[in-house]
Design a protein around this ligand. Structure first.
Ligand code: PLP
Length: 473
């Protein structure tokens, strides 16, 4: 180290000197002594590194301002609201379904007050947490009984562990799917303690494949709705109804994992037919599992519905306790399911359905409205064009079906990949980050999921091409 930078380092103020500045005093008042001291140490460390490479020595006030900025930035929740303009309505990385206002209200009430979670108000005795939803779910699906766990992965794990621990679970090779991340059906089956018996081939599975595999060691037949991919061409699968006849004849239960699972016929909203839970029950599945935060439009949860004796067995499994849901989610689920009792108003009250059902013409009109606003906010280095695009349902539901939509295509004049990435980063640096998708050398903002147009416009006032700095309030 040169003599010059060594003397510079000696001139850097101490933590105590920085703490004596008015800015640091204000920081202590707001964030506490301990956090402020830590932030000053971090600021000092960075200043020392900068001095070693020739930067000027900062004065105590600069360091205090730096520390305060760090404290403010750290105060922002990292679980921040964002504008999901990716075009994927149920985006797993962005939290999937937005729950209905009614569900949010129910959750808030359950959060702040004691609730009769496992308490029968009529008798004054202990109740069951599943009681709150059982009647509703049975009414909406035609099932005999139901229970709820943390998510659908937990539902699958618990059902397999209950009915096929140390026994064989028979599944078609065409249904051994990977959902994403580390969730692969064969792995979860093995972890559940089931002996996986694969039948058929990737593209074709026949009734005789199941029939020749069923034996005294069989715990269950397992059907998985291959939600996130489709095999086309020379294919054959055994429909649920036929498989349930085989299961009944051989005296083993049929478990049907629907994945997304919807409670209503989605074709009335212009979407493709997705098997409903009611259909899976009517087709003879003994247990059906599905998610709460996919097409159903509620909070994260996993449903296990079907035969009373089997649901009772699931509930006796000690693992159930490790996978159960809390009062907040039960409250949100109850409120969400109640919306389904009035199908006429469902599309306006359930955000997932409302977004999926939005018409391309309405989205296009919104794009035309917003194009000049966005163009103005982004400055003259970016071209903004109204564009047609296709949205996706997401979360593995209807993978090949896209919905006609509209949005804004943003193209930086610089035309390079870096310029595009810098634009995407600057939009992510807004107080409410805007997340789009890159498509054909443009950043496309699909407006299907933009409901708070005024909030979006107000947010743009903070746009600053370099990103970062402008955003921290
Ligand atoms: C999504 C999905 C799961 C997992 O559900 P989570 O709610 O994400 O745990 C399981 N099976 C199928 C077929 C799915 O599509």
């Amino acid at each position: 180290m040169s003599g010059l930078s060594a003397s510079r380092l000696r001139d850097i103020p101490s933590v105590d000197r920085v703490l004596k500045t008015p800015v640091a005093a204000a920081a202590v008042e707001r964030f506490g002594q301990q956090s402020t001291t830590r932030a000053i140490r971090d600021a000092l460390e960075e200043a020392r590194a900068a001095c070693r490479t020739g930067a000027a020595v900062p004065d105590p006030c600069d360091l205090a301002v730096d520390a305060l900025a760090r404290l403010k930035a750290a105060e922002h929740s990292s679980l921040r609201p964002v504008f999901n303009l990716t075009g994927t309505v149920l985006h797993t990385n962005l939290g999937r379904a937005l729950i209905a206002g009614e569900a949010a209200e129910a959750m808030r009430a359950a959060m702040r007050e004691a609730v009769a979670l496992e308490f029968d108000i009529g008798t004054g005795r202990r109740g069951e947490r599943d009681d709150h939803l059982r009647t509703l779910i049975c009414e909406l699906t035609g099932a005999e009984d139901a229970t709820i766990v943390n998510n659908n992965a937990a539902a699958v794990l618990l059902v397999l562990n209950t009915l096929s621990l140390g026994r064989e679970a028979i599944v078609s090779r065409g249904e051994l799917i990977e959902i994403g991340g580390a969730f692969r059906m064969p792995d979860i089956m093995v972890r559940a303690g089931a002996k996986l018996v694969e039948v058929g081939t990737t593209n074709r599975t026949h009734p005789r494949d199941y029939l020749s595999a069923v034996g005294p060691a069989t715990g269950l037949l397992f059907k998985v709705h291959a939600s996130n991919y489709r095999i086309e061409g020379f294919t054959a699968e055994v429909p649920a109804r036929e498989l349930s006849a085989i299961a009944r004849e051989r005296g083993v239960p049929l478990v049907h994992d629907l994945g997304s699972g919807t409670l209503i016929d989605l074709t009335q909203y212009g979407l493709r037919h997705e098997p409903t839970v009611g259909e899976a029950i009517a087709d003879g599945a003994d247990l059906v599992t599905f998610s709460g935060d996919k097409l159903l439009g509620g909070p994260q949860a996993g449903f296990i519905v079907g035969r009373k004796d089997l649901v009772a067995e699931v509930n006796r499994n000690p693992m159930k306790r490790a996978l159960r849901v809390d009062k907040l989610r039960l409250a949100a689920l109850e409120a969400t399911l109640k919306l389904y009792r009035n199908p006429d108003r469902l599309v306006e009250r359930l955000p997932t359905l409302r977004l999926l059902a939005r018409l391309a013409v309405d989205i296009a009109a919104q794009a035309v409205r917003l194009a000049p606003v966005l163009s103005n906010a982004l400055g003259d280095q970016v071209t903004v064009q109204v564009t047609e695009c296709r949205s996706q349902v997401g979360s593995g539901a209807m993978p090949l079906d896209t919905l006609p939509s509209a949005g804004l295509a943003l193209s930086p004049h610089a035309g390079s990949g870096e310029a595009l990435e810098a634009l995407a980063a600057a939009l992510r640096a807004l107080p409410v980050p805007v997340i789009g998708r890159v498509e054909k050398q443009a950043l496309v903002l699909d407006l299907r999921c933009l409901e708070d147009e005024a909030g979006f416009v107000a947010n743009l006032a903070n746009f600053y091409p370099g990103g970062g700095g402008g955003a921290v309030a």
